[in-house]
Design a protein around this ligand. Sequence first.
Ligand code: FAD
Length: 540
Amino acid sequence: MNRKRTHVLIAGGGVAALEAAIALRELAADSVDLELLSPDEYFAYRPLAVTLPFDETEAMRFPLSQLADAVGATATRGALTGIDAWRHVAHTSTNRDVGYDVLLVACGALPLPSIEGALTFRGPSDADLVRHVLDEVARDEIRSVAFVVPWGPAWPLPAYELALLAGSHLGRRGELWVVTPEKEPLQLFGGPASVAVRELLEARNVRLRTDAYAERFVDGRLELVPDEPLEVDRVIALPRLAGTPIDGIPQTIEGFIPVDDHGRVHGVADVYAAGDATSFPVKHGGLATQQALAAAEMIAAKSGADVDPQPFRPVVHGLLLTGSEPRFFRRELHGTAENEPVAASEALWWPSAKIAGRHLGPFLATLVGHPEPHVEPPDDALAVQVPLEHDLLDELDLGRFPTGDDTPDGEPELSAVSAMDVSEVAPEDTLGEIAERMLRDDLSAALVCEHGRLIGILTTHDLIGAFAARAHPSEARARQWMTAEPITLDPPWNRASAARVMRAYGIRHLPLVEHGDRRPVGMLYLEEEAPAVMPVGLGF
Ligand SMILES: Cc1cc2nc3c(=O)[nH]c(=O)nc-3n(C[C@H](O)[C@H](O)[C@H](O)COP(=O)(O)OP(=O)(O)OC[C@H]3O[C@@H](n4cnc5c(N)ncnc54)[C@H](O)[C@@H]3O)c2cc1C
């Protein structure tokens, strides 16, 4: 019997999208049709953007239609804006609806300015900014520059690369800084990487401020929590990342999509997500490919291919450009890690590309004729492969603004924080039922709980957004429209830290949960206009 081919719509034209497309072609060529939906004409290879301010080469990019052809996919221009999960239809920015059997969301993250008053380095398009600042130092017009890793979801690696490359470029001229909320430099990659990076920074005359959350840059002062300000002439910050709002898919306050270890979006049938778009706390190209591969294997198996889908087992690979010999870092972030973190001057994976992807690496290496930067593989180099270590990820704890605060309760602005009643709803409750309950109890938010654990929050703002997007009150469920994995406060609670956290995230509702089991025990409310920090209309 002929089985109908599964139409897989991949929203995205970047790292995760391409890895998934190549993997699906390899694993399930006879059972899937592939369509790439992306607003961009090109796939831009961003990791090498850090070299552009120094060598004035062209940014590396590939026409997406050519890549789609090469993997046997069709390419459609447009951005995914929402889904009708019931009808399996994707809504796009071109007002065209696209049907799917399976949807993989691989839209990446939006790079937003993270620090008021600072320059932001998002990739190739900002190379000139950095070049200009370095020229100012070279001409002795300014003296000091800080490269800043922001708090919140971010790509930390490029800040170190820019600082090291700048140190190498400027010699002993000027005063360079790296400022980061990490406890150790490039902490994600493990102890040996942090030691190597400290040494490299010292050798390049770059100073380091760790455990420092940069807030804004005003009048030559970079304001830091909890430290004293740093006086510098220019600040070049990496962007804070946020997800793209997509109607009908659960997203966190930052707009990211929670998924399981096979990339399945909870509670939305046949929808998967991979890469920076997901709520996995570490944003990195190599991890995006591993998530994409896990999703592709599951999609292939469900489409009838003979595949044993393996879960996402994150292993982070970092190739650090230093201005001389590159450094390679590898660390298993999963609970069953067999190998210690490694830092080496020789390649630890092959091809030794900056984005380590099982399929994408070799595919791009073939396209450009050679892998970059060119390093001979050692005999014992591991093929890129890719379990979850939640405690370890929590320990890294870089994503969230610090809640500790010694501001005494009772300061005038704290009177704006008040307690409100908690209303618990189930993920499968309809929006109509919840709206009715909120109206009856005069509440502006409900907590979405599964087995007593908090998994989301639904505010009047979310309800208005859902109804504006024509969600049906008796069909649309809390799970699809809630803000997933909401920002919460663990004990010990105090109103000062609550106010600080709500202001930092631009939210007005802050659930209080028991430490460890995420059972909600209360809710705080901020009675003031919250600043719009994140561009997602969720959770206010
Ligand atoms: C300067 C710099 C250096 C970096 N260095 C490294 C490194 O050395 N190693 C490493 O592993 N990672 C590195 N990264 C991070 C890496 O680039 C990202 O983690 C990776 O690209 C994430 O892959 P993704 O597929 O999730 O998103 P992306 O690669 O960003 O792709 C997202 C795609 O989705 C498209 N899209 C956006 N919105 C929509 C929509 N609504 N509908 C449909 N399509 C949409 C975009 O046009 C794009 O094609 C670096 C990043 C930067 C900026």
